[in-house]
Design a protein around this ligand. Structure first.
Ligand SMILES: C[S@@+](CC[C@H](N)C(=O)[O-])C[C@H]1O[C@@H](n2cnc3c(N)ncnc32)[C@H](O)[C@@H]1O
Length: 356
């Protein structure tokens, strides 16, 4: 019997597998994988899909369906972040500066395993790398093996909250690395994730990569990349439709010329998990630097990965795979140089809002 199936899937598999013979074998297997996926048996669906791919010779409908299943819940950004040289170089520098020879490193959210492999290259004795998406964790295991690092990197397919010291981690980890940055900074729950890791999985003084981040705001004039509120459409007034729109959107990279005010730091956040995670409010005065019609607030972050190693998503900084966030005003605001405009902000453990 196939050893890799979970108990639930095994029952399903044993009942159906004898009929998987002949030319339709792969189609039936992928059909079963789709059924498993529908039942939430994601790890088994992924393994079965990979088996279909391994047995397929060339492309076929079964192999296309298997690939679709494997990638079903995998966000596209995995591919852009792996080609973001600014991000990778900053992380490699910070990891080299932080990981001490022989240390036990915890990598939270390993994805492809790239940061874990950087930590191993920097001299870590063992990297325990967790990934909550089982399909991604399976591929990371394969990647680590292909790079001959299986003896120093342990990929664990679970959320960091499920890791145990004395279980997957032989002792509390001496360094923690992660890349849980969203465009708003907080959307991937970096604050509560690091707090839990600090409490349960790390030594008290374990350094973290990244260790701090700041959130910045400035007023901006209209640019094509900023969505305009809906107004007259085909001669009809659709203004009311705007109430359903999100309060902000990720707008790519605004040009520095779009800024109508100086930038100001709205929040400074500890990412080591040492500070208690709580909601916070702040207000900053933005000094208008040039006259124009301000259409909203642009927001971005700067992460301090290790001392002096800064990863920035600011307008004008080397372009990364993250965009900035744009919060539109209901109506544009005419501003003149020297005037000040107050911007307010609030954040929870994983959300951020700004308004004037
Ligand atoms: C932005 S990706 C970064 C992947 C990789 N570390 C890199 O730098 O390329 C974040 C990954 O972390 C995983 N993840 C997020 N929170 C997690 C958690 N608490 N425990 C385990 N995995 C997590 C996501 O599934 C995703 O694959």
């Amino acid at each position: 019997m196939e050893k890799w199936l979970s108990d639930d899937s095994r029952v399903l598999f044993e009942a159906l597998v004898p009929s998987f013979t002949g030319p339709s074998r792969l189609d039936r297997m992928v059909g079963l994988a789709e059924l498993m996926q529908g039942k939430g048996l994601l790890a088994d669906a992924a393994r079965l899909s990979r088996k279909v791919l391994a047995e397929s010779r060339g492309q076929s409908l079964a192999s296309q369906r298997a690939r679709r299943l494997l990638g079903a819940n995998i966000p596209d950004w995995h591919y852009s972040i792996l080609q973001d040289q600014v991000r990778l170089e900053a992380y490699e520098r910070a990891i080299r500066a932080t990981v001490t020879p022989g240390s036990l490193v915890l990598d939270v959210g390993t994805g492809s395993g790239i940061l874990a492999m950087m930590a191993a290259r920097a001299g870590a004795g063992l990297v325990v790398a967790c990934e909550r998406d089982p399909a991604v964790a399976q591929v990371a295991t394969k990647i680590v093996a292909r790079n001959n690092l299986s003896d120093r990197i342990r990929i664990v397919a679970c959320a960091s909250s499920a890791l145990r010291v004395g279980g997957e981690l032989p002792r509390r980890a001496e360094v923690v690395i992660s890349e849980l940055f969203s465009a708003t900074l907080l959307g991937e729950s970096v604050l509560p994730t690091m707090a839990q890791a600090r409490r349960e999985l790390l030594t008290a003084d374990a350094p973290a990569v990244p260790r701090r981040a700041t959130i910045h705001v400035a007023l901006v004039r209209a640019e094509k990349r900023f969505h305009k509120p809906v107004g007259m459409v085909a001669g009809f007034d659709l203004l009311d439709f705007n109430v359903l729109g999100p309060p902000f959107h990720v707008c790519g990279h605004a040009s520095p010329e779009a800024l109508l005010s100086d930038a100001a730091e709205l929040f400074s956040l500890d990412l080591t998990g040492c500070d208690p995670v709580s909601d916070a409010r702040a207000s900053v005065e933005l000094r208008v630097s040039r006259a124009g019609a301000a259409v909203g607030v642009l927001q971005w972050w700067e992460g301090e990965l290790s001392e002096g190693v800064i990863l920035s998503t600011a307008p004008g900084a080397p372009s990364t795979s993250w965009g900035q966030c744009f919060t539109p005003f209901d109506e544009s605001l005419p501003v003149v140089a020297g005037q000040t405009v107050t911007v307010h902000g609030w954040h929870s453990s994983d959300q951020l809002a700004v308004w004037v």
